[in-house]
Design a protein around this ligand. Structure first.
Ligand code: ATP
Ligand code: MG
Length: 178
């Protein structure tokens, strides 16, 4: 272990097969991977239905199911802060030291690059289907969302009654529009 440690951040609302694929691929390039759960303090909204803790559970179970060695990664919840200019320092305060960042998000890329941290844009897998937005949409429409997430995540979402929550949050949004 020579300190080749990468950081990958996603909100993971919920964890889907794209996340697991990118984590597997990135682990080929680094000794250890820090997986940051973004907006960890957000929950119970249409775009962020699950709590930070629920997303930690999804990710832990899905990575174990994929037989990924747990000594190779760290799962760290990252709460939002209101100042973008201070965000990289906030992330560094909460994470083990890292020397590169894997992200497809242009703001995340810009903020790390301005702090002279190397940023790599990982390839996207089957992006039309493997996207959090698509999973949440399919849960609302009661269509085959289960095929987009690892079996372990289906189990967690069922355990926490996640589909009922998403339906209820959507009703709340509709009632606020009336
Ligand atoms: P949402 O639609 O809710 O924004 P998302 O699918 O974009 O969800 P995020 O939780 O926003 O996922 O995480 C974003 C990060 O996850 C990206 O920067 C990228 O590194 C990775 N990622 C997301 N989807 C894929 C995918 N299909 N293939 C590879 N990586 C992905
Ligand atoms: Mg996204």
């Amino acid at each position: 272990m020579n300190g080749n440690r990468g950081l990958l951040i996603g909100r993971m609302q919920p964890v889907h097969k794209g996340h697991i694929n990118v984590i597997k691929d990135t682990l080929e390039e680094v000794d250890e991977l820090i997986i940051g759960i973004g907006s960890a303090d957000k929950s119970h909204t249409n775009s962020n239905p699950f709590t930070g803790g629920e997303r930690i559970l999804m990710l832990t179970k899905a990575l174990r199911e994929s037989n990924i060695d747990p000594s190779r990664y760290y799962i760290i919840p990252l709460e939002d802060i209101s100042c973008n200019s201070l965000w990289v320092g906030h992330v560094k305060m909460l994470t083990p030291p890292f020397n590169k960042v894997y992200s497809g998000n242009s703001l995340v890329q810009q903020l790390f690059e301005e702090e002279n941290i190397k940023v790599i844009q990982p390839p996207l897998f089957n992006r039309t289907e493997y996207s959090g937005t698509e999973v949440r949409k399919r849960i609302l429409n009661n269509t085959n969302w289960e095929e987009l997430v690892p079996p372990a995540v289906v189990k967690v979402i069922n355990e926490i009654k996640g589909t009922q929550r998403i339906h209820k949050l959507n009703q709340k949004e509709i009632s606020e529009l009336i």
